[in-house]
Design a protein around this ligand. Structure first.
Ligand SMILES: O=P(O)(O)OC[C@@H](O)[C@@H](O)c1c[nH]c2ccccc12
Length: 257
């Protein structure tokens, strides 16, 4: 699946026209996760559909959802901007960025510097980079290029091998462990548990995908995760605030670091 997505991306990049700069105030994702609102930070994802689950939310108002996430005490928001496979849009991100005061991360398949430029122009504070979408040296170039432009990166891995390969090349400030196996689409939080031991002390790490219950949060917290990245379980809730509260077992918002 990842291969197919990347093939599509390459075609999209060939005809990509850069938009005008959206004027926004930028916020640091790293700082937000360092000073998280709860004992585990929350990056709440705005996602209409995915290749594995199809349409997740029929009545989809991205700006409204993002506002509710912020009200519910999310530390940051992730927005799917991929059109072809996730029914996302860069316009959603820009619109969200104008109305919330927490960091907004672009979730897409970034394989080219032109897309990094685009990410800055649409107003994002951070973006995802996925190990295995490009050779590791190229990923490091994209990472450095982004930070030169004051764009932060969450670097995602799916396996111990990928994490090893990444750490041999460089140590990102933020690492995402994706619990979803991209071949089978199944999620297992054991991914987080097993890989957490390999995360360098100076990196923050985020447990991504397949988080549905307070028990899930507790498990990844024990493994040392600074934050969770949650899409589906919140997107399926009609009342987003309730959803966040339930997920965190009623833990109210304080300030944790
Ligand atoms: O909906 P979930 O299972 O809570 O997962 C959210 C997020 O981790 C997932 O959307 C994701 C993680 N990495 C990605 C890379 C591309 C697209 C999507 C993703």
């Amino acid at each position: 699946m990842l291969k197919k997505i990347i093939e599509t991306k390459k075609k999209e990049i060939e005809i990509l026209e850069l938009p005008n700069q959206v004027e926004v105030t930028n916020y640091s994702l790293y700082k937000a996760l360092k000073n998280k609102n709860r004992s585990v930070g929350l990056i709440a994802e705005v996602k209409k559909a995915s290749p594995s689950k199809g349409v997740i939310r029929e009545h989809f108002d991205p700006v409204q959802i993002a506002k509710e996430y912020e009200k519910g005490g999310a530390d940051a928001i992730s927005v799917l901007t991929d059109v072809s496979y996730f029914q996302g849009s860069s316009d959603y991100l820009s619109a969200i960025k104008k109305v919330v005061n927490i960091p907004v991360m672009r979730k897409d398949f970034i394989i080219d510097k032109k897309q990094v430029d685009e990410t800055v122009l649409i107003g994002a504070d951070a973006m995802l980079l996925i190990v295995d979408t490009v050779p590791i040296k190229q990923l490091k170039d994209l990472y450095d290029y982004a930070y030169e432009k004051k764009l932060e990166c969450l670097v995602e891995v799916h396996s111990k091998q990928e994490l090893e390969e990444l750490l041999n090349e460089f140590t990102p400030k933020m690492i995402g462990i994706n619990n979803r196996n991209l071949k089978t689409f199944e999620t297992s939080l054991q991914q987080t548990v097993e890989m957490s031991r390999m995360i360098p002390e100076q990196s923050l790490f985020v447990s991504e995908s397949g988080i549905f219950t307070k028990a899930d949060i507790d498990l990844v917290q024990r493994a040392g995760a600074s934050a969770v990245l949650v899409g589906e379980s919140l997107m399926r809730e009609e009342n987003t605030n309730e959803g966040i509260l339930t997920l965190f077992g009623g833990e109210s918002i304080g300030s944790f670091s």
